[in-house]
Write a protein that binds this ligand. Structure first.
Ligand code: C2O
Ligand code: CU
Length: 514
């Protein structure tokens, strides 16, 4: 059963420790906003778009004048964006030239299990040997949770130097993202740069007349911190701390940086027309939550008109002044700059930040320009609408601090992740209600399916819970109910907390669809 929300809320919250950069940081709103390059397919024959991505080390100038070594997809952070059409299959061949094994997961994709990036389905590096596990785990970016990414697990799936991931993309238009998902090592791998965007488009969305072309901006928001040598700072997690009774490792709560990057640039600025823009927001931070608002000169707040969520367009727009974003959540938002005087600035502010982490980015309104875009009152007419009475099963899951093989960690229903255990066995086609409860903030993500939020804290969902989600931000002490239908594919999937450190420290479980 579930512990009462009130009892959980009385527990002290575990707050994250923010890393401080050891290099000078640029003033905000100076660096131009980069837009991720769109990857070109190597072939489009046979009705399939084929892509190749090499995962390799690269050095980037993220902070002006500072050289930062990264782990990248194709040499850039974020990785190149992929643009696809609904229902047109995509194959991505990933070649691993990094010094560690990797796993690629397309977050939000309706993907057959073989291509879903199970945490032990490794792409081995070309020059890596199995006996080098110690080197892999002992570096400053290493992690202590000890499985060696499943390499010694006799159940580990086939490993290889390249891997073809096949994505049918038989799903509604939305913003997906691909990122590393190796067991126990996802957080440091994403932190080092292994994340990129994948947009799915469809005719229904194209017909709406939403802002497009240069007025549609993908915005991947992620915090980082920098060492004195320019490298990304990441704590060497200390296993001895996690073993000692009563001692909590400071980064158990998740790793936070003091620099806010948008598309890989610190506090960037983007010049816009006095017109509507469509912002495709992704919180790709490991652990940082945001509450975003758009503040014009003089303090006026602009409306953030939400048109979509993790899994695509809403039924109808929802207007926010303040938009909360947990790790891995996407929000599709239209902002109208037409009322801003030419030369004026609109800052995107993070109300949860303090000091430098309060600023995110800014827009400078440069010129008047015609605007033929619109935001229709009906965006999507065929969203699934599952009802409680459709559900054949109700399951309860608690997300809280607990013991793992490595000491203090995070557990679901009292258990840390074990690739050998079937935690949930669901039948293909069944509708289920899941009741989730959290001790502290846990953004809970289900692979394969989208879900609807039925309730939060015993009340109706919040305005930003609208639409089809794949990640729900559970708040401290809060119980929430979600409803979904397990359709698409049979096989072994996952659900987990998308605070990436929580995920690595045990907060993940198997979802077997039969
Ligand atoms: Cu964004 Cu299981 O991942
Ligand atoms: Cu969590």
């Amino acid at each position: 059963g579930l512990t009462s929300a009130a009892a959980l809320a009385r527990r002290p919250a575990i707050t994250g420790a923010e890393l401080r950069s050891a290099v000078p940081l640029p003033p905000p709103f100076q660096v131009p906003l980069p837009l991720p390059a769109v990857l070109k397919p190597v072939s489009t024959s046979g009705g399939v778009d084929r892509y190749e991505i090499t995962q390799r080390e690269a050095v980037a100038e993220i902070l002006p004048g500072v050289r930062t070594p990264l782990w990248t997809y194709e040499g850039t952070f974020p990785g190149p964006a992929i643009e696809s059409r609904r229902g047109r299959p995509v194959t991505v061949t990933h070649r691993n030239e990094l010094p560690v094994p990797t796993v690629v997961h397309l977050h939000g994709g309706r993907t057959p299990a073989a291509s879903d990036g199970y945490p032990t389905d490794l792409v081995l590096p070309g020059h890596w040997h199995g006996d080098a596990v110690g080197d892999v785990t002992s570096g400053a970016m290493g992690h202590d949770t000890g499985h060696g990414g499943g390499m010694h697990d006799p159940r580990a799936a086939v490993t290889r130097l390249t891997r073809d991931y096949t994505f049918p993309l038989d799903q509604r238009a939305t913003l997906l993202w691909y990122h590393d998902h190796r067991m126990d090592f996802t957080a440091p791998a994403i932190w080092r740069g292994l994340a990129g965007l994948h947009l799915v488009r469809d005719d229904a969305e194209d017909a709406l007349g939403l802002p497009a072309g240069p007025r549609e901006l993908p915005l991947m928001i992620a915090d980082r911190a920098f060492d004195a040598d320019g490298g990304l700072a990441y704590p060497a997690l200390d296993p001895t701390l996690r073993q000692r009774p009563g001692v909590r490792e400071p980064y158990l709560a998740g790793v936070l940086g003091d620099v806010i990057l948008v598309n890989g640039a610190p506090w960037p600025v983007h010049e816009v027309d006095a017109a509507r823009y469509r912002l495709r927001l992704l919180n790709a931070s490991n652990a940082r939550h945001y509450e975003l608002e758009a503040v014009a000169d003089g303090g006026r707040r602009l409306d953030l008109v939400q048109i979509g969520s993790d899994q695509g367009l809403l039924a109808a727009p929802v207007t926010h002044r303040l938009l909360p974003m947990a790790p891995a959540e996407r929000y599709d938002v239209v902002i109208d700059f037409s009322g801003v005087p030419i030369g004026g600035r609109v800052r995107i502010v993070n109300r949860l930040g303090s000091g430098r982490t309060r600023d995110v980015m800014a827009f400078r309104v440069a010129r008047r320009a015609p605007d033929g875009s619109r935001v229709p009152g009906t965006l999507c007419a065929d969203l699934p609408a599952w009802r409680r009475s459709d559900a054949v099963r109700v399951r309860d899951f608690s997300f809280r601090a607990g013991r793992t093989h490595a000491g203090h960690g995070w557990v679901i229903g009292g258990l840390p992740f074990d690739p050998a255990r079937a935690d949930v066995t669901a039948r293909l086609g069944d509708v289920e209600v899941w009741r989730l409860i959290a001790d502290v903030h846990h953004p809970v993500h289900l692979h394969l399916v989208g879900f609807q939020v039925l309730s939060r804290g015993g009340r109706p969902p919040l305005p930003h819970d609208a639409g089809l989600k794949d990640t729900i931000a559970l708040r401290p002490g809060e119980a929430a109910e979600i409803i979904t239908r397990f359709d698409g594919y049979r096989g072994r999937y996952l659900f987990h907390c998308h605070n990436a450190e929580h995920e690595d420290m045990g907060m993940m479980a198997n979802l077997e669809i039969i």
